[in-house]
Ligand binder design. Structure first.
Ligand SMILES: CC1=C(/C=C/C(C)=C/C=C/C(C)=C/C=O)C(C)(C)CCC1
Length: 316
């Protein structure tokens, strides 16, 4: 969203994404709605084609961070730490689902903000700006799809009444909340740029706004898929590619980087299928969406720290 302006080729993947989102809107307008199986196909395509793979490079990212910091890196320690963090968070979901959801939302806002506002000074003001920008993105996607989000939230928090009432209050003040957050982000951005000037990449910012705006007219699965599996994963792949470049024998092309993500993407797919199988056997229920989000949050927690390490290096 913000950084030095990039070269023309760097904007191309997001332009394709905008093309896809407009194509989906056209489909929806012409046929009165996109069939659910097609939504799931596109969503899982984006999720497993880009969303999950961008997190399946955390081992390479963390090794690179350790190298840059001149610290030793151990695969065993990395994998043990990763599994331990996922297990602890999985347990937290089982015991305190609403608290776990709040943690996931705050962590996601931090991570999305860090990805969308790149290469800025490591000041408190910029950190706050990034966090609030992430809050805006998540609030916009959730509130624009309130009807679809409400039952998912109820399911993942096991029908917690406090969460439901906070969510309903937010829904009934959607316009106020969104306008307030847009003003807050704009004010913080202006102030941050004034205090620590950086070049604003208006083209990237426009691309992000288009993807979010078009997504708000599409169902939740597609909107979230376009932002997370599309925009967020593409931005991250670009940054990870730059970050890993010095480590590889030659330039790390996107294709090569994507292939290096295949093993851990396959492992997470296997984990997800096992998780679904166990849940289906024990509950006899089929609706997979709430479970998918809990699974995503569990595999995302260690990723937030790995990518924060990378961002801290790239921002220097
Ligand atoms: C869309 C959506 C949700 C939020 C998802 C988020 C916040 C995902 C974040 C993913 C991240 C940070 C991935 C990192 O790479 C809920 C509230 C769970 C349920 C309703 C629909």
């Amino acid at each position: 969203m913000l950084t030095y302006p990039l070269t023309g080729a760097a904007y191309r993947p997001a332009n394709l994404l905008i093309g896809l989102s407009l194509g989906l809107t056209g489909w929806q307008l012409m046929s009165g709605g996109i069939p659910l199986p097609a939504q799931w196909l596109i969503f899982t395509g984006l999720l497993f084609g880009a969303g999950i793979p961008h997190g399946a490079l955390d081992h390479l990212v963390s090794r690179q961070t350790a190298q840059r910091l001149g610290k030793p890196f151990s695969w065993v320690r990395f994998i043990a730490g990763y599994v331990l963090m996922m297990t602890a968070y999985g347990l937290l979901w089982a015991l305190f689902p609403s608290f776990s959801l709040a943690l996931f939302l705050v962590g996601s806002a931090w991570h999305f903000g860090e990805t969308d506002i790149e290469r800025v000074p490591a000041s408190i003001l910029w950190t706050l700006t990034r966090l609030v920008a992430g809050v805006l993105v998540i609030s916009f996607i959730l509130l624009a799809h309130a009807e679809e989000v409400t039952p998912i939230l109820a399911r993942i928090t096991r029908y917690d009444t406090l969460t439901a009432s906070i969510w309903q209050t937010a829904v009934s003040h959607t316009h106020l909340l969104l306008i307030g957050t847009v003003l807050l982000v704009s004010g913080l951005l202006g102030l941050s740029i004034w205090v620590n000037p950086v070049a604003v990449d208006w083209l990237r910012l426009t691309q992000l706004v288009i993807i979010l705006a078009v997504g708000s007219c599409l169902p939740l699965l597609l909107s979230f898929g376009l932002y997370f599996g599309g925009w967020h994963a593409l931005s991250s792949f670009q940054a990870i590619g730059d970050y890993l470049k010095p480590a590889g024998p030659a330039r790390s092309t996107s294709q090569r980087i994507w292939l290096r993500a295949v093993p851990f993407t396959a492992l997470s797919l296997a984990g997800l299928l096992l998780f679904f199988g166990w849940w289906h056997l024990s509950t006899r229920l089929w609706d997979p969406l709430p479970l998918l989000f809990i699974f995503l949050s569990v595999i995302t927690l260690p990723h937030l720290f790995a990518l924060h390490g990378m961002r801290t290096q790239l921002d220097r």
